[in-house]
Ligand binder design. Structure first.
Ligand SMILES: [Zn+2]
Length: 235
């Protein structure tokens, strides 16, 4: 009995709300707080509506139990682009950060996501994306990379790539580090304005979807572990 008590599941609390409430862009967010305090990590999927593994992985993260720390989750950032299965609608929200409170719909959506990131005071921001090609074959592509904006983040992210890659066999599928600055994307703004380390996780769309989702989740898991967010993945 004592042993069972020691192994019993810890309580997690989950709060949720909506971004862009009452509009066609209305999308849920979730704040999953472990019983023990710890770091906060924000994960955003679905910024681009046709990058399926990104938002499907983010949806699955909702069922991961947080034991220590806080996971803030926006699984389907641009839900209208997801519905239409298009990259952007009507324009690329990923290039509008930190957004505008009184701007057009895309600027407002970026602003609401940015506000959630800012008020969460995270230790890390992850955005889940996909690309059409492999970075190792074509340097203009992003597939199978952690893409981020600042060289100073290289050491910490390269170490995590190494961890994730240990379980990936084909060299082509291993995650590479790509540094490329886009000054109006969320990962750039997070480090520049909040000093929050931030990266995109990019998988390649020509790979089978279940594999891409698994790689997104394994990468998230390695980031969580490295930053001290303790989670239990469902079996
Ligand atoms: Zn993308």
């Amino acid at each position: 009995m004592l042993l069972l008590w020691g192994l019993s599941a810890r309580a997690e609390t989950m709060r949720s709300g909506f971004l862009m409430s009452g509009t066609r862009y209305q999308t849920p967010y979730f704040i999953k707080e472990g019983e023990k305090s710890g770091p906060t990590i924000v994960v955003v999927g679905g910024v681009h509506g046709d990058e399926v593994a990104g938002y499907q992985a983010a949806r699955l993260l909702k069922s991961w139990r947080v034991e220590e720390g806080t996971l803030v989750l926006v699984p389907e950032a641009h839900i209208e682009a997801i519905r239409r299965n298009v990259r952007a609608y009507p324009r690329n929200m990923n290039r509008l950060f930190p957004g505008k409170a009184n701007g057009d719909a895309m600027e407002k959506l970026a602003f609401e996501i940015w506000t959630l990131i800012k008020t969460s005071k995270p230790q890390l921001l992850l955005t889940l994306h996909e690309s059409r090609g492999f970075y190792v074959q074509d340097r203009a592509r992003y597939g199978q990379t952690f893409t981020f904006d600042f060289d100073e983040l290289k050491p910490q992210f390269a170490k995590i790539a190494e961890t994730v890659n240990a379980s990936i066999e084909p060299p082509l599928y291993k995650f590479q580090i790509k540094v490329e600055a886009f000054d109006t994307c969320p990962t750039y703004c997070a480090w520049k304005w909040l000093h929050v380390p931030a990266t995109s996780i990019e998988t390649t769309r020509t790979l089978p979807l279940p594999l891409r989702i698994a790689m997104q989740l394994n990468a998230c898991d390695a980031f969580f572990d490295s930053y001290g967010l303790r989670v239990v993945r469902p079996k």
